[in-house]
Design a protein around this ligand. Sequence first.
Ligand SMILES: Nc1ncnc2c1ncn2[C@@H]1O[C@H](COP(=O)(O)OP(=O)(O)O)[C@@H](O)[C@H]1O
Ligand SMILES: [Mg+2]
Ligand SMILES: [Zn+2]
Length: 503
Amino acid sequence: MISKINSYALYGLEGKLVEIEVDINNGLPSFEIVGLADTAVKESKERVRSAVKNSGRSMPTKKITANFAPADLKKEGSTFDLPLAIGLLKASAQLVADTDEYVLLGELSLDGHLRKINGVLPILIAAREQGFKNFILPFDNAKEASNVGGINVYPAKTLLEVIDHLSGNKLIGKQEIVGFSASKGKEVYDIDMSLVKGQATAKRALEVAVSGGHNILFVGAPGTGKTMLAKCIPTIMPDMTKEEALETTKIHSVAGVLKADEGIVYKRPFRSPHHTATTPSLVGGGQNIRPGEISLAHNGVLFLDEMPEYSRATLESLRQPLEDGVITVSRVAGTVTYPANFILCGSMNPCPCGNFGSKDKECTCTPSQINKYKAKISGPLLDRIDVQVFVDQVKFSELVEEEKAETSEEIKKRVNRTRLIQKNRFSGEKILTNSDMGEKHIKKYCKLSPECEKILETAYENLHLSPRARSRIIKVARTIADIELCDDIRVNHILEAISYRHQ
Ligand SMILES: Nc1ncnc2c1ncn2[C@@H]1O[C@H](COP(=O)(O)OP(=O)(O)O)[C@@H](O)[C@H]1O
Ligand SMILES: [Mg+2]
Ligand SMILES: [Zn+2]
C-alpha cells in the first residue's frame, strides 16, 4: 500500500513542496529512503522508528521504501520526521485518515514528542501561496505560526496527538491566528542618545549615517563611548515596515534564533559577533547551514567592535555583501541567497596605545606601528565605510552637564523625515536610501555645482581617494542636504561629507 503526505523544505528563504511517498510491500524487511536525502534525513529513520514504537504503534517488518519527491532537490533538516511517521502508519494500515488537505512538519524525539523546527514562517507563507490551508506542526512553533493569516494551524505536542487528530478520535485545538500587524507598539531600548554626553560630532555623524543608511566607523581611545554610540543606532532608526519585519523574521526563523514565545521581530536587529567569529558564522555557508550574522543583521546593524581584532579573511568577506546587500552561500544542496542589507558599524582605536589624535593624551606609538595597525583594515573595506569619525574623550564638564541632550525619539523624528524624502525621491526606483544609489542614480539625483566639483577634485587628489570613495562622498553629501531640507547639494554639505573620510 502506498501513502502520500505533504511537507515542505526550505531553500534559502524559499519554501518548496515535498511529497513523501511511503510504499510497504512483502520483501525482505528493510527501511529505505530514496531521493537525494542527506544524513539528516537518514538519521530521521532512527527517530521515526523509535517514536512510532514509543507511541504504541509498530514498525512493519516488511520492505519499506520512502520517496521524498521531487528527488532532484536535495533535502536537509529534520522537518520530515512527522510526515514520514504518519506516511508509514498509513501505508501499514495502522492509521486510516485523509491527509491530502494537510501539510505536516516536525521533528520527532525518540519518545514521540514533537520538537520545534526552523523556518516555519517562510514555509507557511509559501505553502499558503500554493493553496494549502491546514497545517500540523510542533507546539513550540505555534506562536510563530500564529502570524500567518488565512490558514488553520494545529499545534501538536506528540505523534500520538497527531494520530488521534487525523483519525478523528480527538481533534487538536486550532491555534488562534493573530495575523501580522506592522508594529506591536513602541520598542523599548536600554540605551538612549540623551545618555551620551558631549560628543556632538560623533552624534551628528551617527545621525547622518542612519539617515542615509551609510556605514560608520568610530575611531577613538578605549572608554570614549564608541560602543555606547553604536548601541544607540537602533534607537534612532525608523520603525520597521511590515515587509522589513517579515523579511527579518523569516531569516531569524530559518536560522533558528526565534524563541518559542517570539512571533515577529519588530525590533531592528543589533548583531555584535565576537572578533573570534569564523567567516562562515559571519556570512553563512560552510558546514553551517544557517544564515550568518550579516543576514541576521538584515534591516538592522552589524557592529564589529575593535575591528582590527577580526581576521583579515573575515573582514574581507564583508566586501561583497556590503556592495550587494545580499549574500550567496554554497551549501551541499547548492547555492542559496540570503538578504544581508545592514548598517555596518565598526569601532577601533586610532593606534595600538589608543591615544593618537587625542587632544590631551600622548601617543607612545611609532609611525610604523600606527600604520601597521591601521592597515589591518584594508583600503577596499575602509572605502565602503562612508562615515568615519574620530571620537575623543568627553570633557569632565560635559560629562556632568545637567542640561538634557536630545533624546533618541527626537532624533528619530528627523531621521524619519529624511528617510521619507529619500523614499519619495526613489519611488520609481528599486532603492530606498541614498546609500543604495548606483552611478546612474548619482548622476540623476546628485547634481553638483562647479564649486562643489572643484572641492571634490581637490579632495580626490589631496586625500588620494578612490573613485568609489568619491561616489560615496557624494552620496553622504546628498544625505546631509536631505537632513537640511535642501534640494541642492551645497558646498558645506560636500565639505562635511569629506570630513568623514580622512581618518
Ligand atoms: N560621552 C559619554 N557620555 C556618557 N557616558 C560615557 C560617555 N563616554 C563614555 N561613557 C561611559 O563610559 C563607558 C565606556 O564607554 P564605551 O562605550 O564602552 O567606550 P569604548 O567603546 O569607546 O571603549 C560607558 O558605558 C559610559 O558609562
Ligand atoms: Mg567599546
Ligand atoms: Zn598610540
